[in-house]
Design a protein around this ligand. Structure first.
Ligand SMILES: Cc1cc2nc3c(=O)[nH]c(=O)nc-3n(C[C@H](O)[C@H](O)[C@H](O)COP(=O)(O)O)c2cc1C
Length: 194
């Protein structure tokens, strides 16, 4: 019988470091991320596992006009919600400093199982994208905040909410600060079955 390949390799350890080392990044440098790298990350995203290969995802990299409209909208949303224009301004300032913006959507379906599977595939795709960027030194944050459910947001990005829904708004850029995180040890989250 053929010997299985070794799993104690430098390559595999480095791969594990990419998986465990990726962090959600809040603060980014101003250095722009090459558009071509983002296109490569989107291609990597589309190789996610996908039942029936429905390819339910769509990716929308934002230009300056769309970013500015989203910053204006979040200012409005937070000001309304907190009844405090200073809170709105503070949020808008933070968002205006996010260098890269990318929206990931999933196709809507009336079939509940298909919808669940398609959403799962879109989440896997988003993770592919974030890991690809991370390996290239680019951090990101997946957000599903209030704005991503607001009808005004759908208008800004030109997405028909009857046909697609938001999987995540992804901010990306070179990290200014990489936070630490922890996870439970595998023994706490696994049960071996006989
Ligand atoms: C579906 C999804 C939605 C998320 N939405 C938000 C969000 O709205 N706001 C936020 O601060 N973080 C959001 N996150 C990021 C998580 O907070 C983050 O992954 C978590 O804190 C673990 O940190 P890590 O990614 O560095 O391991 C989201 C993550 C996922 C997968």
């Amino acid at each position: 019988m053929k010997k299985p390949p070794s799993y104690e390799t430098q390559d595999l350890r480095e791969f594990a470091e990419v998986l465990s080392g990726r962090r959600t990044i809040e603060l980014f440098l101003h250095t722009p991320v090459p558009e071509d790298l983002v296109s490569q990350a989107i291609e990597a995203a589309t190789w996610a596992p996908n039942h029936h290969v429905t390819e339910p995802w769509h990716f929308y990299p934002f230009g300056r006009r769309t970013i500015n409209a989203c910053v204006d909208l979040v200012r409005q949303i937070v000001t309304e919600k907190k009844n405090d224009p200073r809170a709105g301004e503070h949020k808008a300032k933070g968002w205006s400093e996010k260098p890269g913006w990318l929206l990931v959507t999933c196709r809507k379906s009336d079939d509940e199982v298909l919808q669940q599977e398609d959403y799962a595939a879109c989440c896997a795709a988003t993770q592919n994208l974030m890991l690809y960027l991370w390996k290239a030194g680019v951090g990101s944050k997946w957000t599903t905040g209030d704005i991503t459910r607001d009808p005004r947001f759908y208008e800004i990005v030109g997405v028909d909410p009857a046909r697609e829904f938001v999987v995540g708004l992804i901010w990306y850029g070179y990290p200014k600060l990489t936070p630490t995180q922890s996870r439970k040890p595998p023994g706490d989250v696994l049960t071996r079955l006989p």
